[in-house]
Design a protein around this ligand. Structure first.
Ligand SMILES: Cc1cc2nc3c(=O)[nH]c(=O)nc-3n(C[C@H](O)[C@H](O)[C@H](O)COP(=O)(O)OP(=O)(O)OC[C@H]3O[C@@H](n4cnc5c(N)ncnc54)[C@H](O)[C@@H]3O)c2cc1C
Length: 412
């Protein structure tokens, strides 16, 4: 069946791709894309990079032009869906309107994890998830001198790099012992910590934050030992929570994300889910995973659209990710969960490029490549083809500029 109405809820990376793929896969019926932001779907990665720095406008970030939706006969409806009635196959909008569906796609994304501390909601404290957040930060920066970023994950570090580029004094506070601790090996963390310090970032790891201080607006960040770090603006990047409440209230299976099968289907055969809100059976790890990346949203959306059109497609792409900081492009292939050895190629102590290969039982499972696009392409292809070279094969393949160093390490 490729007729009837599909409602796609959530107008961002997953939602835009799902609508596009539905037409490519032959959906002839009505497509309604519902989003609660006052703008067509746009690329999110620049929000912490060029858009935050003011060098890119929102219209340059649109994933598809307004004309695309018109020519593809995709109706875009602004509004928030507040309930799903699965028995009646109907969704409810925040303005009270209801709309019936034949098929439903949930592309609800995720929202920033709030900072559970006194002062966490003071004016001048920001999260960064969407264009409105990035614009609000930009507006606040106009009169700011010193910015404190809480959290040294990708978003915190990308933001630090962008703000240093604007000449602001930046302090990054991280509770863990090293930056990117949850996602990379110690060598990669050390590389990034060094580069940020070289660029003038005050980086402090292993700190406990007690409160944000100020009355009318944020003035500082108080640590557990009483020290107060002055701040005109605070940006919190401590992870996200998947938007699952709508699905859970409708009785769909939820477990750290809306649970989908390999074809993108939820526990209701008429409802698919895709992107940051969805947890899928990962063929590379053998378990359900929720990933937060643009490539993952695209893969989910393409598979879900094919499924809605009655085709047999499964989630199969190798997970990959990227992060841009300063002149450094990090590209990650595969999942490093469970690694027990890291082989580093490049000069981690002084250089601007590096490849870290993650091995399990002597075989490659993932790689972080910084300014080494050839390594990334080769390793991503191998991993995607289910080949797991051993250390000797990797040494030959990566043509190191410096001798590789191997370390026994355990995954974080
Ligand atoms: C600052 C920043 C930088 C990033 N950088 C990178 C990067 O370099 N590389 C990378 O791969 N990934 C990056 N990401 C992650 C990437 O942007 C996300 O993985 C991607 O946006 C996920 O797309 P999505 O469509 O699943 O969800 P989202 O982008 O979260 O979109 C979900 C949409 O649904 C809307 N919505 C939610 N509930 C409802 C409802 N009930 N009714 C109507 N609408 C609703 C939301 O408002 C939102 O517009 C970055 C993210 C951020 C925030």
């Amino acid at each position: 069946m490729t007729s009837g109405r599909v409602i796609v809820v959530g107008a961002s990376h997953a939602g835009a791709q799902l609508c596009t793929s539905l037409r490519q896969e032959g959906w002839r019926g009505e497509i309604v894309l519902v989003g609660d932001e006052p703008v067509l779907p746009y690329h999110h990665p620049p929000l912490s990079k060029t858009f935050l720095a003011g060098s890119t406008g929102l219209d340059e970030l649109l994933i598809r032009t307004p004309a695309f939706y018109a020519t593809q006969d995709i109706r875009v409806r602004q509004g928030r869906i507040t309930a799903i009635d699965r028995a009646a196959r109907r969704v409810q909008f925040d303005d009270g309107e209801t709309l019936d569906y034949g098929k439903l796609a949930l592309c609800l994304g995720a929202r920033p994890r709030p900072l559970p501390l006194p002062g966490g909601d003071l004016p001048g404290v920001h999260a960064l998830r969407n264009a409105a957040d990035s614009l609000a930060i930009r507006a606040d920066l106009a009169s700011a001198r010193h910015v404190v970023i809480i959290g040294a994950g990708y978003i915190g570090l990308e933001t630090a790099a962008s703000l240093r580029g604007l000449g602001l004094a930046v302090t990054v506070l991280e509770t863990a012992e090293r930056v990117l601790q949850r996602v990379t090996a110690p060598a990669v963390s050390a590389f990034y910590a060094r580069v940020h310090r070289e660029h003038g970032v005050q980086l402090r790891t292993g700190v406990t934050i007690a409160a944000l201080t100020g009355t009318d607006r944020v003035r500082g960040v108080q640590l557990a030992d009483g020290e107060v770090i002055a701040a005109d603006v605070v940006i919190v990047g401590i992870g996200v929570l998947p938007n699952v409440e709508l699905a859970a209230a409708a009785g769909l299976a939820v477990d750290n994300g809306i649970v989908i099968d390999a074809h993108g289907l939820t526990s209701d055969a008429d409802i698919v889910a895709a992107g940051d809100c969805a947890s899928h059976p990962c063929p590379f790890s053998g378990r359900h995973l929720r990933l937060e990346s643009v490539p993952n949203a695209g893969e989910h959306a393409k598979v879900a659209a094919a499924t809605l059109c009655g085709k047999d497609k499964a989630i199969s792409a190798l997970p990959w990710f990227w992060s841009d900081q300063y002149d450094l492009k990090l590209q990650i292939a595969g999942l490093n969960t469970g690694y027990d050895e890291v082989m580093v190629v490049g000069d981690a102590e002084r250089g601007r490029s590096l490849t870290a290969c993650y091995l399990h039982a002597g075989r490659l499972i993932a790689a972080d490549c910084i300014n080494r696009p050839q390594d990334f392409l080769r390793l991503r292809k191998l991993l995607g083809d289910r080949q797991s070279p051993d250390r000797a094969a990797l040494e030959a393949l990566l043509s190191p500029s410096a001798a590789p160093v191997s370390a026994r390490e355990t995954a974080p």
